[in-house]
Design a protein around this ligand. Structure first.
Ligand code: ZN
Length: 436
């Protein structure tokens, strides 16, 4: 890259915005958008509105009124900012979630003060994913300044509730048509997957609740009742003997990270038997009762090679088998939530654009990965029917949700260069040739 070429200027323009990037990240971290319950959504939307209005974005603040999680006390506000180029063309959309998880224990710095030390910014949401949001804003602003006459459109969104399923955020927006392929053609989600990795998709998820039934009786005479917890014990034993070993054997060739997730998995999310837990101020002993119900929530993650139907029937078969072995056993199986696995093709335009950008800006070969858990791509893919979507952004995924979460400033700048260069690759503002 030689001085005074458009690409040199773009890269220089991003590096010259370092102080702005730090300030923007700091300001975003200072708005404590903790979810649940979903605090500060309007405040963060208004903050972004102020910044992007100055740069001629058309701003829409959209409340997901009536969506799961939305209430007058905790309204689910989202923002979509759209910038039109000189001529109509394809739209590239950068989607970040604005919510962060609870602070938790173990912090050595104030989680909302954005303490800077050793080229890192510390704070809740620094890595997941306000650093990514800030990097995408800087990338887009620099691109627009360097290529004001580009053909196409760029959108930046900050959406609610990703940490609780995205129903008041991307899912709701997708249902309203905001991610329809006739208005948005490329989506980049700046989740913290590392600056040299492109995340193509995620495993599937199936949440189910199993309930076993018994008969209540005095705890001193359990033989007069029927213990629902013992029935559940039989279910867990069957899972240990039949399901867990089978899942370990079921592996994939797809590049899921971390490697431990390259197999089917099952997590027992929660287990509760007997009476409800007493309230905090209750100081007495529990009543002597045989539990008549026991509930267990299962979190099953499955591979692209498996079907949801097989995942469901596999558990059902195990429960039926336990039923045939235990005379008094009865159960209920309820599905809570399911998402199919998804993977964008490596040949998709957004993948090749970002891949070329990583090679040129960072001088490394990009890695292609798949996420063990789902993120908002699921809604863009399934509801929006838009399959040209990836996650790409700065930060170390393992730091997400941890105490002393941080984002590297250099990583943010590098990934902003990759994002801006990706826009060049997609829009080819001065022709497909001569971009070196
Ligand atoms: Zn995230």
């Amino acid at each position: 890259m030689t001085p005074d070429t458009p690409l040199f200027n773009l890269s220089h323009s991003i590096r010259s915005r370092k102080a702005d990037l730090i300030e923007l990240t700091t300001d975003l971290i200072a708005i404590p958008t903790i979810n649940p319950p979903g605090d500060g959504y309007l405040e963060i939307c208004e903050f972004l509105e102020k910044r992007l209005t100055h740069r001629h974005f058309d701003i829409r603040k959209i409340r997901a009124k009536g969506a799961l999680g939305d209430s007058d006390k905790y309204p689910r506000w989202n923002i979509i900012a759209r910038h039109e180029g000189s001529n109509a063309g394809e739209c590239v959309h950068f989607n970040s979630h604005s919510d962060v998880v609870a602070v938790g224990d173990g912090w050595t710095v104030d989680p909302f003060k954005a303490v800077i030390s050793d080229d890192k910014i510390y704070g809740r949401g620094a890595c997941d994913m306000k650093g990514g949001l800030a990097a995408s804003i800087i990338a887009v602003e620099a691109f627009i300044d360097c290529f004001p006459n580009y053909t196409g459109a760029i959108e930046i969104s900050a959406t609610a509730d990703e940490e609780s399923g995205g129903f008041g955020g991307v899912a709701w927006l997708a249902e309203q048509g905001w991610f329809d392929p006739d208005r948005v053609q490329h989506v980049i989600i700046p989740e913290p997957l590392n600056k040299d990795r492109i995340c193509l998709g995620h495993r599937g998820v199936w949440w189910a609740e199993v309930e076993t039934f018994g008969r209540i009786a005095h705890g001193s005479m359990p033989f007069l009742g029927d213990c629902a917890v013992r029935h559940m014990g039989a279910v867990i034993q069957a899972l240990e003997e039949r399901l867990f070993p089978a899942l370990t054997q079921r592996t994939t060739t797809h590049p899921i990270v971390p490697e431990g997730a390259r197999q089917s998995t099952l997590n027992i999310n929660s287990l509760h038997g007997g009476l409800d837990e007493p309230e905090d101020h209750y100081t007495g002993l529990p009543a002597a009762l045989v539990p008549d119900r026991c509930r267990m929530i299962l979190d099953r993650r499955f591979l692209l090679e498996e079907s949801l139907e097989d995942v469901q029937s596999e558990l059902k078969e195990i429960l039926e088998q336990v039923k045939s072995e235990r005379p008094a056993f009865d159960y209920d199986l309820r599905e809570l939530f399911s998402v199919l696995p998804t993977m964008t093709e490596k040949s998709a335009p957004v993948v090749t654009a970002v891949s070329e950008a990583i090679k040129h800006e960072l001088q490394v070969e990009p890695q292609y990965v798949i996420s063990p858990g789902t993120y908002d791509q699921k809604h863009i893919d399934r509801i929006g029917k838009l399959h040209n979507c990836i996650a790409y952004g700065p930060g170390i995924l393992d730091l997400a949700h941890q105490p002393d979460e941080y984002i590297g400033i250099r990583d943010m700048l590098d990934s902003a260069q990759v994002m801006a260069r990706s826009l060049v690759n997609i829009f080819a503002p001065h022709g497909k040739i001569n971009i070196q």
